[in-house]
Design a protein around this ligand. Structure first.
Ligand SMILES: Cc1cc2nc3c(=O)[nH]c(=O)nc-3n(C[C@H](O)[C@H](O)[C@H](O)COP(=O)(O)OP(=O)(O)OC[C@H]3O[C@@H](n4cnc5c(N)ncnc54)[C@H](O)[C@@H]3O)c2cc1C
Length: 386
């Protein structure tokens, strides 16, 4: 049989490279504004091996003194609630979010001030009231806690499937197993197309790279200043009275000074604890799921022994490895790609991109539709790294 040359795609408004949570929410916003959109991903969509494809991701409005991120979270919140309403399922478990304070003043008191100024519901819990209200935590080791009822966690895999379905309903076309291998420029300096690993060229008016930890690879000529860091998540079974850790009784919690965050126990009886201080560099394509170094578990047990002693003696546990797309200053990258008027990048989410993805997707969509961003993106510019 004759080997047919693949045809070029018809005119598209946008090609989104990367079908993680950011790419899919962007596809949803653009296609619901009648734009012709194609999403290309190197793996299946949803890709459960990418950072977006985890079981659970925390959603919170507490970002210390940072009004900008708090506003991004406030913008994202209605989208997560809408997914619950539209699907009739629980995509977003709004358990509330508990920020434990190990020192005062600190991140938690600053967050409380910010939430009050922004008129976002929140309650300060004094140390003496902690045993009554959140008895599993060791109040003697804490100075108090901040609780905000709008926080919680997102069932990430369910969310991805639903966002993909909503985008498709609006007309977006999603192609899995289409790894973008190269970029094609035209004579005027615009990006004309991208070529995928199947040999097909995709031409469009706009290109958006939402390729997360893989961004430095696909955009290797553009020196994207982020590096993947290895982050281990520990899933443990509470050794006694597990009922207290179920989501009906227990909220997502975090102790920012130590970098630990934990989730209620899910259906299989495991609760997840993450150490979200950025770890060492790890190549996402080479790092196979191997056992974490003993120091990871040691650190986790030391944290639990001090703050949640009832679960420190767990014996059943599992671990998983995932990567942050970390930038030096901890801020995101949302910008046009150097030299191209029609190519954008959104990456560098430093372990907090899932919950804020609806806001980032909306900002990018508004930028593409209106020709300029609807918010000041100075902080997310690539030029800040020079
Ligand atoms: C351990 C851990 C815990 C976290 N906890 C939280 C949390 O509690 N709350 C929170 O908000 N965030 C959290 N995050 C961060 C969050 O998961 C990420 O910021 C978010 O999922 C990033 O989404 P993304 O769409 O930018 O990228 P990704 O999910 O990485 O998706 C990128 C996609 O691009 C595709 N791709 C890459 N290269 C190519 C190519 N050349 N061609 C085609 N496709 C390509 C990939 O296959 C992938 O599907 C956590 C991350 C980790 C690792």
């Amino acid at each position: 049989m004759k080997n047919l040359k693949p045809l070029s795609s018809p005119a598209l408004d946008a090609v989104i490279v990367g079908g993680g949570v950011v790419g899919l929410t962007l596809a949803y916003w653009l296609s619901s504004n009648h734009k012709k959109v194609v999403v290309l991903d190197q793996a299946e969509v949803p890709n459960f091996k990418a950072p977006s494809g985890d079981h659970m991701r925390a959603f919170y409005l507490t970002h210390g003194k940072d009004f900008f991120y708090t506003e991004l979270a406030r913008t994202a919140l209605p989208f997560w609630l809408k997914l619950n309403a539209e699907s009739g399922q629980t995509i977003f478990s709004q358990t509330g979010f508990l920020d434990l304070a190990s020192k005062i003043p600190g991140f938690e008191t600053h967050s409380f001030e910010t939430l009050k100024k922004m008129k976002i519901r929140a309650e300060w819990i004094d140390k003496k009231n902690l045993p009554r209200e959140h008895g599993v935590f060791n109040a003697r080791a804490l100075k108090g806690a901040l609780f905000h009822p709008d926080g919680g966690f997102i069932w990430a895999q369910r969310a991805l499937s639903l966002i993909a379905a909503l985008a498709q309903k609006e007309g977006a076309v999603i192609h899995g197993r289409s790894k973008v291998a190269s970029l094609i420029k035209d004579n005027s300096g615009k990006l004309k197309g991208v070529k995928d690993s199947n040999g097909k060229t995709w031409e469009a008016e706009n290109f958006i790279f939402t390729t997360g930890i893989w961004s430095p690879k696909i955009l290797k000529d553009y020196r994207i200043p982020l590096r993947p860091t290895r982050q281990f998540q520990i899933y443990l079974k509470p050794p006694q009275n597990p009922g207290r850790f179920r989501l009906e009784h227990f909220s997502v919690f975090r102790l920012t000074a130590l970098g630990f965050c934990g989730f209620p126990m899910h259906v299989h009886g495991y609760m997840k604890i993450i150490d979200y201080k950025p770890g060492p560099f790890g190549d996402p394509d080479e790092d196979k799921l191997k056992a974490p170094p003993p120091s990871v578990e040691k650190k986790c047990r030391a944290f639990l022994k001090k703050y949640i002693p009832d679960i420190a003696s767990y014996s059943e546990s599992e671990t998983s490895l995932c990567h942050f797309d970390a930038t030096k200053d901890g801020d995101f990258i949302v910008d046009k790609l150097r030299n191209f008027p029609n190519a954008y990048i959104a990456a560098g989410f430093n372990g907090k991109g899932f919950s804020l993805a609806p806001a980032i997707g909306k900002i990018l969509s508004d930028w593409i539709l209106a020709g300029k961003p609807s918010v000041n993106l100075q902080r997310f510019r690539l030029s800040r790294f020079k």
